[in-house]
Design a protein around this ligand. Sequence first.
Ligand SMILES: N[C@@H](CCC(=O)N[C@@H](CS)C(=O)NCC(=O)O)C(=O)O
Length: 209
Amino acid sequence: MIDLYSWTTPNGRKVSIMLEECGLEYTSHSINITQDEQFEPSFLKISPNNRIPAIFDHDTGVSMMESGAILMYLAEKTGKFIPTDANNRWAAIEWLMWQMGGLGPMAGQTHHFLKFNRDVSEYAQNRYKNETARLYGVLEKRLADRDYIAEEYSIADMAAWPWVSRYEWQEIDLNKFPAIKEWYVKIAQRPAVQTGYHVPAFTQDIPMP
Ligand SMILES: N[C@@H](CCC(=O)N[C@@H](CS)C(=O)NCC(=O)O)C(=O)O
């Protein structure tokens, strides 16, 4: 049994989607980051960086923050969604790191400056919007000649997909990124994604281009 501490954001959804894909038994706990619940001392014990997502695995006693580390942990625990072929395995890890260090943080800032605080800084608005679009260009090239980021569906896709699902907030026209669009729609149709997207709560249907 795993306890998942999460909220309805891309980083949270990565982990709920992985738990659903693996068929692991878990209990989801809402940490409402709009009401500062991430700063509660009880949550800090599990997530010292006071951010969601975090897990506690009752089978092993492991508690863990950081969505990328959690995806790797669950992949190792189950032997699922990480390629066994060495080249593809490293590609999955490489692109997971690309998401953690690039797409996630940049798109996250784009949400702040384009959606939540529009017109406070033209510089920040342009910088993050352009950088996010550049990163979509990188992903588009990667997907142009393969079905999934690391050839087979893996934690690399599960990490990037929830960020792409906010393409409207990022003012990205997915029609300009046909390989990403095809990949996005294909993954959106997976039953585990359709369930995991709505953990810990339903907010809206999965956006479809
Ligand atoms: N690198 C972390 C980032 C986690 C993160 O930024 N989570 C956001 C929600 S997506 C959060 O908890 N924000 C709370 C806050 O800003 O105080 C991860 O991938 O787990």
